[in-house]
Design a protein around this ligand. Structure first.
Ligand SMILES: [Zn+2]
Ligand SMILES: [Zn+2]
Length: 287
């Protein structure tokens, strides 16, 4: 497959299982291409029509989908989907909601599964002080431990932070998360949070909520985050962007999020597609 960077011609070699084996360091795509940096294709919401969902994503220019297995029962399914589809990669870890379920077998199992080269990151891990489905002290402990595990595995982390910005930042700093790098997914922080994350080399991933009518404050914050630090995501089946709010979300809808980012930053849709794609390929080490 060939892409062009200004005058540079770049070759991407896709092996049979869909891995990108070599590229130059910098390139831009002439053809519009998007990446859904975070979805949950293994969830039951997609059981009925997964193939059609993946096909629709492809037809909308979504070249890759990163599906996140958040608990034990979902890891194998996420990997299975990634193994079967060249356009799907996997991210595995224990979500803060499930932190209380971690036992002696959890980390050895994850270590084994993460050896599969379709696993491109460790997560989502972090803190959810909104729903508090696991006790906070357990969430904090497991978040720290899993940053250590990701480093051991040599994977970037995908961080879930809901109503816990300060504590998330403190842990990222004290655990030296800049050593593995990663993404703050479904970003909901303020300017200071965005800056602190970028200072650690983290990317900030924008969900469909940026299209919501009442998200003016969030749009203002995103406007000030450089495109070079942004990714776009669906978090499907959740957080469906306008004009489909209220329905099930799916990776093809990531274009509405990218479109909104383009609008608020006053750049073209193609520019947002190019840069966020390059960022995603870089953080997931596919460049
Ligand atoms: Zn999340
Ligand atoms: Zn998620």
């Amino acid at each position: 497959m060939k892409f062009f960077l200004n005058s540079d011609e770049i070759n991407l070699d896709f092996s049979l299982n869909g891995h990108v084996t070599r590229t130059r360091t910098r390139y831009f795509y002439k053809s519009m291409m998007l990446i859904d940096s975070h979805a949950h294709l293994e969830m039951p919401e997609f059981k009925r029509d997964l193939e059609a969902v993946i096909q629709r994503a492809k037809e909308s220019g979504v070249e890759y989908i990163f599906t996140v297995g958040t608990e034990k029962k979902d890891w194998k399914r996420a990997l299975e989907i990634a193994d079967l589809h060249p356009s799907v990669y996997a991210i595995l870890g224990v979500h803060p909601h499930n932190a209380k379920e971690i036992d002696d077998q959890t980390y050895p199992m994850l270590k084994e599964l993460c050896r599969n080269e379709k696993v491109r990151a460790y997560g989502e891990i972090g803190l959810d002080f909104f729903r508090n489905l696991s006790p906070r002290d357990i969430q904090l402990k497991r978040f720290r431990e899993q940053i250590g595990l990701a480093k051991e595995l040599g994977l970037p982390i995908v961080v879930h932070d809901r109503e816990a910005h300060q504590q998330t930042l403190e842990i990222l700093k004290s655990e030296k998360a800049e050593e593995c790098g990663g993404i703050i997914h479904c970003f909901s922080g303020n300017d200071e949070m965005a800056k602190a994350c970028m200072d650690m080399g983290f990317y900030v991933s924008i969900p469909g909520s940026i299209t919501f009518k009442n998200a003016e404050g969030f749009r203002e914050i995103v406007k000030r985050i450089p495109l070079e630090s942004l990714l776009v995501e669906t978090d499907a089946p959740f957080i469906t962007p306008e004009p489909f709010r209220g329905k099930r979300n799916e990776p093809s809808y990531v274009r509405y999020t990218a479109q909104k980012v383009a609008e608020i930053k006053k750049v073209t849709f193609e520019k947002v597609a190019e840069i966020t794609t390059e960022n995603a390929l870089r953080v997931y080490r596919l460049l």
